[in-house]
Design a protein around this ligand. Structure first.
Ligand code: ARG
Length: 463
């Protein structure tokens, strides 16, 4: 069918075919074939609209619909012969449609351009990905909720600067991540709402003189409305950047959690045991069980944020409307999407399978004078001391304990009274880690009663 000396899609204007290097730099088929299903859905909606508005005949539209279904079946079966000469998925599909149904295929491109076609296909693809991300985030949140519910009252050290700060509960720590991933979820949902306008019918850049019905195609493809400006419709990729932005922040959260799992699963911490299913061994050291999944999740932010930066750089400085630069949008987004899904699924699996070492956590919670703030608060509450003075007195008691090589609850009452004579035996009540966490009932605080309420709240929201 194709005359090799010219171009099979626009041979009219061209006397010679492209140089091999031109074809190599220009063709996007090897990656944009991932949008085949979206491209065919868009073409079917366009064909049905062309018939409904009387621009083509019903019988041509019927032939197109049937032919497009058979082309998709060939692609799904792996029987489609993709061609770099035909540049991209749009022209590969249209050329094959011509082979399958003949002349009517030539009428499919009436009132549209590859510019609105690619914007539509890519939006449909990103929209599917946002939906998949939403599902994966919810699954991860459920795994965290299960951990939080089981360990709502297990005590562990809370850290600042990775130095022991105050005791917190395991459930509270897990629920901190639930809050983070919930905001990621809301960013994903925001992006979906904002992007859901249909570019199809913007044509090359200026709209078309054919009496098309853009509401009809928008509705058929699940969009809320057609986009209102044809130049904008074909020339922005901010919807992909919204996705990459949300994906980057989510990957950052995943990376922080992964880092904690790496630290916590080390022999020095032993806060958690990761399951064999999400660990690997060493080829030389028989004792090793490495947290590779967590390490890889920790690193994924690099390529996901890299994709975000790369697409920003592609788009900056582009004059309206379409420029071929924009073909560089897809590989970045595909790679980021694949890796985000992998990272979310791996994190969900690790969280679901991991077991916290309750006793190790509790013992660690009592180290590092973690209840010093409770002691200072007691001095304020019971002795009516100004907090700054209480801070100072407590500091002296910590220094004393450090000198004696013991923890705060191990100091003798007489030693304490040597620092401040009004201190009474009651003070020992606030020096235990369980009392400490139980006392932190301020809204958002770590007390087990708060954790249980938050777990119940999120379980209801995620129902
Ligand atoms: N393969 C192209 C892309 O991904 C499709 C749009 C081509 N449009 C054009 N005017 N050359 O951006």
């Amino acid at each position: 069918m194709a005359d090799k000396t010219s171009n099979q899609m626009w041979g009219g204007r061209f006397a010679a075919g492209p140089d091999a290097i031109m074809e190599a730099i220009n063709a996007s088929i090897w990656f944009d074939k991932r949008m085949a299903a979206q491209d065919i859905a868009g073409s079917k909606a366009h064909a049905a609209m062309l018939a409904a508005t009387g621009i083509i005949t019903d019988s041509d539209a019927a032939a197109m619909a049937k032919g497009l279904d058979s082309v998709l079946a060939e692609i799904d079966a792996g029987e489609f012969a993709f061609s770099a000469e035909l540049e991209d998925i749009h022209m590969n599909v249209e050329a094959r449609l011509k082979e399958v149904i003949g002349e009517p295929a030539g009428r499919l491109h009436t009132g549209r351009s590859r510019n609105d076609q690619v914007a539509t296909d890519f939006k449909l693809w990103v929209r599917d990905q946002l939906d998949a991300t939403e599902g994966a985030l919810i699954a991860l949140m459920r795994a965290l909720l299960a951990q939080a519910g089981a360990g709502a009252d297990w005590v562990m050290p809370g850290f600042t600067h990775l130095q022991v700060a105050q005791p917190v509960t395991w459930g509270h720590h897990m629920m901190a991540y639930v809050e983070m991933f919930a905001r990621d979820l809301s960013r994903v949902r925001d992006a979906r709402t904002r992007m859901n306008e249909c570019p199809l019918g913007a044509a090359a850049l200026a709209g078309t003189s054919f009496p098309i019905d853009r509401d009809m195609t928008a509705q058929a493809l699940g969009f809320d409305r057609p986009s209102a400006n044809s130049l904008d419709a074909v020339s922005d990729r901010d919807f992909a950047l919204d996705f990459l932005g949300a994906a980057s922040i989510c990957a950052m959260h995943l990376s922080r959690m992964a880092e904690e799992l790496v630290i916590w699963s080390s022999a020095q911490f032993r806060f958690v045991a990761l399951s064999d299913r999400f660990s690997t061994g060493s080829s030389i050291m028989p004792q090793k069980k490495n947290p590779d999944a967590a390490e890889l999740i920790r690193a994924k932010i690099g390529r996901i944020f890299g994709a975000n930066v790369a697409l920003m750089m592609v788009m900056k400085g582009l004059p309206l409307a379409y420029s071929k630069d924009m073909q560089e949008d897809k590989e970045q987004v595909f790679d980021a999407a694949d890796n985000l899904m992998l990272a979310l699924a791996a994190m969900e699996g690790m969280v679901r399978d991991m077991s916290a070492n309750k006793d190790v956590l509790e013992a660690a919670a009592a180290t590092g004078f973690s209840t010093a703030t409770d002691l200072a608060d007691w001095l304020v509450r019971v002795l009516n001391m100004p907090f700054r003075e209480a801070h100072h007195v407590t500091g002296s008691l910590v220094a004393l304990a450090e000198k004696k090589g013991c923890d705060l609850p191990d100091l003798a009452l007489t030693d304490m009274q040597g620092v401040h004579s009004d201190i009474s035996r009651d003070v020992f009540d606030v020096l235990g880690v369980h009392n400490s966490v139980a006392s932190r009932v301020s809204y958002g605080g770590t007390a087990p009663v708060n954790v249980r309420a938050q777990v119940a709240r999120w379980q209801e929201i995620l129902e």
